[in-house]
Design a protein around this ligand. Structure first.
Ligand code: NAP
Length: 230
């Protein structure tokens, strides 16, 4: 049986590598990208190592726009999606508490509310089919245990994404698993060139969570396939 997976922010970085990995395992992959052209370029091999994505579908969605997210969720709900990887994220850089309400709202929308809305759109189908995997790509910077050490909009929005993870998992039947992960510090546009991990290393834990078997965990927060503190 061919599973169908949606990966947000799949045009580059960790998301593209997760999408590539899921396609390599035989899943039908839908690349949910802000810019459809960028998504198609990722799928059509304009970027290195994209052969597995040649058959991927592309949907355009700007996660910063709640109406666009709702439209995308409704369209995807008709496609029997088994796996949702909420990977896309935004990082507003800065220090201290000096961030505007607009920056905080933008981070909350893209990093927490849009992932929740996509999950809400897809969960009824997952529950009725008795199978689902939702992976929220969060960050140690959104962990209370690790000190919420990221810039304020990012830390608070990723902590909210973690809360979404716990709440969804608590209210779902066993066949539908919801987990969060931190990919570590990864060499992407967000992570920068100095980061200590490759995209393949960063994609490993989200890929593992997206492909959990029936005995796998739900409602957890993982880095390097091991639980970490909320
Ligand atoms: P990246 O290379 O900067 O990619 C970010 C992705 O998110 C891009 O595909 C981007 O699309 C997409 N995105 C951002 N805003 C969007 C919006 N409004 N609508 C649709 N897509 C949007 O970052 P990355 O490092 O791969 O990050 C992936 C995830 O890992 C993020 O959730 C991030 O917070 C998390 N993470 C990363 C690190 C790290 O060190 N890299 C560490 C901890 C957690 P565009 O190309 O259109 O901008």
């Amino acid at each position: 049986m061919t599973r169908t997976a949606v990966v947000t922010g799949a045009n580059r970085g960790i998301g593209r590598e997760v999408a590539r990995g899921l396609a390599a395992q035989g899943m039908a992959v839908i690349l949910a990208c802000r810019d459809a052209d960028g998504g198609r370029a990722a799928a059509e091999g304009a970027a290195e190592g994209a052969a597995e994505l040649a058959a991927a579908d592309v949907v355009a969605v700007d996660l910063a726009d709640p109406e666009a997210v709702a439209r995308c969720g409704a369209a995807l709900a008709d496609r029997a999606v088994d796996v949702l990887v909420n990977n896309a994220g935004v990082l507003h850089r800065g220090d201290g508490l000096d961030f505007s309400a607009a920056e905080i709202e933008a981070a909350m929308q893209s990093n927490a509310l849009a992932p929740l809305a996509l999950a809400q759109a897809l969960l009824p189908g997952m529950v009725s089919r008795g199978f689902g995997r939702i992976v929220n790509v969060s960050s140690g910077w959104g962990s209370f245990t690790e000190g919420l050490s990221g810039p304020l909009p990012y830390a608070v929005s990723k902590a909210a994404l973690n809360a979404v993870t716990v709440k969804l998992a608590a209210d779902l039947p066993p066949g539908v698993k919801v987990n969060a992960c931190c990919p570590g510090w990864v060499r992407t546009r967000m992570g920068g060139d100095a980061a200590d991990r490759s995209v393949a290393e960063g994609a490993d834990t989200p890929l593992w969570l997206a492909t959990l078997d029936d005995s796998g965990p739900s409602g957890g927060f993982f880095r390097d396939r091991r639980p970490i503190g909320w």
